[in-house]
Design a protein around this ligand. Structure first.
Ligand code: UD1
Ligand code: UDP
Length: 349
């Protein structure tokens, strides 16, 4: 049986890995490495328990490295040692985090084929660490699974056409697994918000402005606070008392996160995954960014970008018209589709 090592390390990667690891284990000996990028119980263990993901065979020790170079280097060095020991037939990476890049680099330097799930996404903003991670990962990958037409076009524009496959989005698979269990978490009208991008959360004035706008929305805002945002606010001594309309809560589990989104009036976020989930749950979204990789969500006003004019969130959130959503991200079987293709391709190798 061929062996695949998957690299996971950040919250959205645990969620993507849940259906993929199930599908992988039917065809391959599946081994995973948790890089330790996210380590709090509510950012990591909660998802392994809730989604019954097999415990990673390897957990790296990267301490609490915050500088990106050091974080990526520590992962790269330790992943390389494990790959030498495991000697897999391929290494699978997800998305665009530092864990993704470290896994892809470690593999390619050992001449192990790299498989990239969520390939071809681009923001065209090189200020974002994720954009650099994605571009570099795509350019060293042997098999690239692109979830949208735009992603296929982006890869082609960079000259990448070999090994590219258009499949559904694996986050649609995970969402479908959880859909029967979703429940309205709160009575009444409310908004649901998350923020963790450095450009929204590392500048005290900008974060305060976003919170101030959310505080003036006509209904309460449920706001699970990402550790990056919480740590920054603690460091600045920025209290939450001034924002009586915002319910600050710890990061929530996956089922709770979907439940909160599904019954919300509007979702306000800078998360990539949450933009897509809001779309799949047919809930309008306001994305606090100047661009998105998920450009198809913008059609028909299902998702709206807001960056400079933060006050416009107030008018957008008050909209009564219901946008029309389409099925953009597959039928919930992307993981099986992907593993079938990997099996065929590795057989040929
Ligand atoms: C990372 C990814 C981002 C992804 C996000 C998902 C990169 C460059 N960024 O951003 O693409 O959208 O994860 O959530 O890979 N921290 C904790 N506890 C934890 C995890 C983090 O306290 O469990 C704190 C640490 O102080 C850390 C900071 O949050 O320095 C930022 O974490 P990091 O993983 O570097 O970046 P994220 O902002 O989480
Ligand atoms: N999520 C969660 N609990 C939270 C916030 C997010 O389970 O408190 C889930 C969310 O449903 C989605 C994923 O985490 O599946 C998105 O991760 P995040 O926003 O951290 O990263 P991004 O998608 O922007 O890379």
């Amino acid at each position: 049986m061929k062996k695949i090592v998957s690299i996971i390390g950040a919250r959205p990667q645990f969620i993507k890995h849940a259906p993929v690891s199930l599908a992988l284990s039917k065809h391959f000996r599946s081994v995973s490495i948790h890089t330790g990028q996210h380590y709090d119980e509510k950012m990591s263990a909660i998802f392994f328990n809730e989604l019954q993901i097999a415990r990673p065979e390897h957990l790296l020790d990267i301490g609490k490295a915050t500088l990106h170079g050091a974080q990526t280097a520590l992962m790269l060095q330790q992943i390389e040692a494990i790959l030498l020991q495991e000697s897999p037939d391929a290494v699978l990476v997800y998305g665009d985090t530092n864990s993704t890049l470290a896994g892809a680099l470690a593999a390619v330097k050992l001449r192990i084929p790299v498989i990239h799930i969520e390939a071809g996404l681009r923001s065209f903003n090189r200020e974002m660490p994720e954009e650099v991670n994605r571009v570099m990962t795509d350019h060293v990958s042997r098999l690239l699974f692109a979830p949208t037409e735009a992603a296929i076009d982006n890869l082609a524009a960079e000259g990448i056409t070999e090994g590219v496959h258009r499949t559904g989005d694996v986050m649609c698979d995970t969402l479908n697994m959880m859909r029967p269990f979703l429940q309205r978490p709160l009575e009444g009208d409310y908004f649901f918000a998350t923020l963790h991008r450095p450009y929204n959360t590392d500048d005290p004035q900008r974060l305060a402005k976003i919170l101030d706008v959310m505080n003036r929305l006509p209904s309460p805002v449920v706001f699970p606070i990402h550790p990056r945002t919480a740590n920054n606010m603690n460091r600045w001594g920025a209290g939450t008392d001034a924002y009586s309309n915002i319910r600050f809560v710890d990061p929530v589990g996956y089922g709770d996160c979907l439940s909160y989104q599904s019954a919300a009036r509007t979702v306000i976020t800078d998360s990539g995954g949450i933009q897509k989930e809001a779309y799949m749950l047919h809930v309008p979204c306001i994305t606090v960014r100047s661009e998105t990789e998920w450009v198809e969500t913008l059609e028909g006003g299902c998702n709206t970008l807001v960056f400079e004019d933060l006050e416009s969130i107030l008018a957008l959130a008050g909209r009564s018209s219901q946008p029309v959503f389409r099925d953009l991200y597959g039928d919930g079987h992307a993981s099986e589709q992907i593993t079938d293709i990997i099996a065929t391709q590795l057989q040929k190798a």
